[in-house]
Design a protein around this ligand. Structure first.
Ligand SMILES: *Cc1c(COP(=O)(O)O)cnc(C)c1O
Length: 496
């Protein structure tokens, strides 16, 4: 299997795509074709563990990896030391036609762990396969969740290091504490005096700075990115769509071949895109329901066929979905454009120059056959948390609650489609305990996340994860800070 750039660039292997992250022409790597998974194979998956399911899906994409290499990576990533639930991505029934696939049992309590636990192992192997002997240094700018997930994924993985920049005043107290208490010999966390955009711009400049690249090279180091557009983050996410379907078969909720819908809380479009890939591989997915918060650029896109960033950016209680440019959408556009890289280049330059592009009615209708988009504001989100708790005794985090609200809307508006539907649950409610508690009690729970966690546990009986309890006691290990124009020096200092 080879991979092309969405903007028309030439073919590379899986390991090259993972090592590079983004194609030289600025495009995203996409598979030359979608490998098919037969109904028989899907039946077999019902009897497999999560790790076995992962190997059987990953090997279809990672053709320049051997099966033992894939097995070793999968077993290192999805291990009992790293994932609290042995099912890795357990499926819980909420009501007659609705399930939650819980993707938050990894070290950082959010679904980013599903990919960022595996990526370091794939990246290390990819470096070996391509004769890369330098240390692979991951640089990340984070607005909160990705940074910690990357640190935990790369922590003590030989031949790699991970340096995270966060905006000094732009992350929550828990998010900051999670990062600055990270262990490991190869992890670095640096506060930037500025906002998230400053941190992100700074990292991009380092990737483009010949002087900095040369300095790193002299030290035997090369840079790479753990961004969600990396192919090595996309393919691990395809696995859990198959896994959820196999679990429904195993629980006799459906028979192989029956359609299942997935409702996905969406920001950068990486998670739901993996569902679209699974559908293209033959998994019987009916609709992919795209749930957005008040930053509803995707809702408007699916309704109108026009993607426009001429809008106000809102801070919401589902911060990991506060995003205006959903990078991974480019991979869906590529299929909508019949794999015409020239057309993607045109749309992307229109987006860059004018802030919008239009895909036209025909392509919009093609997408409408598979996708349905709707959104929830903060009030809808809080109501969804309370409703789900009162009706089904199931505790949602604010991101998953956006999906729960949108699914209700879909069932109201969408021709009473009662297809069995899996809500993709992307974070533990304890990661956002204050807002969840506010939703249940109707009173503002204030800013103290630890107190809110304890109260939430008392009120609901849903056990607080060990990570949250421990966080209060861990020593702070990372105290570095730098100005936004001194990030290169800060990296070199961290390595010294
Ligand atoms: C990142 C994230 C999302 C959005 O996922 P995308 O792949 O960016 O669409 C949703 N929920 C949580 C908790 C996240 O961390």
């Amino acid at each position: 299997m080879s991979f092309f750039s969405t903007r028309g660039g030439s073919a590379v292997t899986a390991s090259q795509a993972i090592l590079r992250g983004i194609a030289p022409d600025g495009g995203l790597y996409v598979p030359a074709m979608f490998p098919m998974v037969s109904a028989e194979k899907i039946s077999e998956m019902a009897g497999m563990s999560y790790n076995e399911r992962a190997v059987s899906v990953l090997k279809l994409f990672l053709e320049d990896f051997t099966i033992p290499e894939i097995e070793a990576a999968v077993n290192a990533a999805y291990s009992p030391e790293r994932f609290e639930d042995p099912a890795i991505a357990p499926l819980k029934q909420l009501d007659d036609a609705t399930w939650a696939m819980e993707l938050f049992y990894g070290p950082t309590l959010a679904f980013k762990d599903m990919a960022l636990q595996l990526l370091p192992h794939l990246l290390k192997k990819s470096a070996e396969k391509n004769g890369e002997e330098r240390e692979v240094c991951i640089l990340v700018a984070t607005s909160g969740d990705t940074g910690k997930a990357a640190l935990e994924g790369f922590r003590d993985v030989p031949g790699t290091s991970c340096t995270v920049f966060y905006p000094l005043d732009g992350v929550s107290d828990v998010q900051k504490l999670q990062m600055v208490t990270t262990g490991g010999k190869n992890t670095h966390v640096i506060a930037v005096r500025g906002n998230f955009d400053d941190a992100q711009t700074g990292v991009k400049e380092l990737f483009g700075s010949e002087a900095f690249i040369a300095q790193m090279n002299e030290q035997g180091r090369t840079m790479s990115s753990a961004n969600s557009i990396n192919l090595g983050r996309l393919v691990p996410q395809v696995v859990y769509y198959f896994s959820a379907y196999a679990d429904l078969v195993k629980q006799h909720a459906i028979r192989v071949g029956d359609p299942v819908n997935f409702c996905v809380p969406t920001g950068n479009f990486g998670n739901i895109l993996a569902g679209f890939y699974a559908r293209n591989m033959g998994l019987p997915i009916g609709r992919l329901i795209c749930a957005s918060n008040r930053n509803n650029v995707l809702t408007d896109f699916f309704h109108s066929g026009i993607y426009s960033t001429h809008r106000t950016f809102f801070r919401t209680i589902s911060p990991s979905m506060d995003i205006l440019v959903s990078s991974n959408l480019e991979r869906l556009l590529y299929e909508a454009a019949d794999r015409d890289g020239g057309l993607i280049r045109t749309w992307m330059s229109q987006l860059k120059d004018c802030g919008s592009y239009s895909v036209g009615d025909q392509r919009r209708e093609w997408m409408e056959g598979m996708f349905w988009g709707e959104c929830a504001d903060n009030k809808d989100t809080l109501t969804a948390i309370r409703q789900r708790w009162e009706d089904d005794r199931y505790l949602l985090d604010p991101h998953t609650a956006v999906a729960s609200h949108v699914l209700r809307e879909y069932r109201k508006q969408g021709g009473r489609d009662n297809t069995p539907t899996v809500i993709v649950a992307t974070a533990s409610p304890y990661k956002f305990a204050a807002d969840v508690l506010t939703a249940l009690t109707g009173e503002n729970a204030g800013g103290d996340a630890f107190r809110a966690s304890e109260e939430l546990e008392k009120l609901t009986g849903v056990p607080m994860p060990e990570q949250v309890r421990k966080l209060q006691e861990l020593p702070v290990r990372h105290t570095a800070a730098c100005d936004k124009d001194k990030m290169g020096e800060a990296v070199l200092q961290a390595f010294a």
